[in-house]
Design a protein around this ligand. Sequence first.
Ligand SMILES: Cc1ncc(COP(=O)(O)O)c(C=O)c1O
Length: 377
Amino acid sequence: MSEPEGFVPPPYPYDRLAELVHVAEALPGGAVDLSIGTPCDPPPAAVLEALAGSGTERGYPPSVGTPAFRSAAAGWLERRFGITVDPAHVAACVGTKEFVAGVPHWLRLRTPGRDTVLYPEISYPSYAMGATLAGCRAVPYGSLDAIDPTDAARALCLWVNSPGNPTGDLTDLSAAAAWGRERAVPVLSDECYIEFTWQGPPATIVSSGLEGVVAVHSLSKRSNLAGARAGFYTGDPDLVHYLSEVRKHAGFMVPGPVQAAAVAAFGDDTHVDQQRSVYRRRLSLLATMLAALDVVCPQPAGAFYLWAPAPGGDAWALAKRLAVEAGVVTSPGEFYGPAGSGHVRIAAVQPDDRLELAAERLGVSAGDVPHARPAPG
Ligand SMILES: Cc1ncc(COP(=O)(O)O)c(C=O)c1O
């Protein structure tokens, strides 16, 4: 075969960590992998029962989501955030990554005169990759004010992510919605960490109205269901309808048993409140571990990552030190854009005993950590 003339997929970021994994694996007890934000805790038993017992395997599931799925998602928004959306304006997605990576393509089919995706300069890589996969321009922004008007005029959409991966930062979502409405640019708000907001109340973009906005939600983080692949989007009725029609033609379907599990997951909040305490404790333990390396890392405003400033701005050196000395595998910040290259992202996604093992390798014991263990009772 001749050399391809077009797109060649770049190395997948996490595939670049093989050497760090190898070094960490060599320690007694093995590697503690805190690179990918994949949950390690179990989903609620009732969710797994619904997954196994729905009897929905035979027929095709509705692409947009079953009535029960759409109502459960709308009910969750109402209960947790006081937002009323009509279940008719809720549509299912197969986890949110496929939606994030696919949406520029579908928006471009509808609006071929626009070719630009605007996304935060330090962010989840799929915003930029979605633009690339659609043959569009991926244009990062530092702040809304700094966006070039010519880029705004060409924009198919603007992404926001709050709480944000990797920094945990919170975004002024109503300001983003207003920015988009003024320029007729759809604002897509990735809210998969919404219930892991630590500073202030959780916020969704749809609280500023539905016009011109789409909020994207996932069960992966909320309910430790990343392996099941379930999420939804809601917002501007015209956009949601368009996207769900296109996706129906393309064959995107959340499997029926997963939709049944999602109904159970959206119906319960207790497990999320418990998970919040687990992440807070782990984030605290990880910050104490970093302090043993003289790295001062603030607690994030949201999400379950530490965004650690690397000494001298050398993220690969810090990642290597963490692998060699603590057996911990982390993600150098350049995975999230060049502006992130001076930081390392550390995900609080291993059980406490594994984190304690890593900390002990650096001479930190669980007793040194404020609230490292749950309070008795
Ligand atoms: C900001 C953000 N958005 C979306 C996703 C994708 O999650 P999922 O496809 O499991 O819903 C992730 C996963 O890490 C994420 O961090």
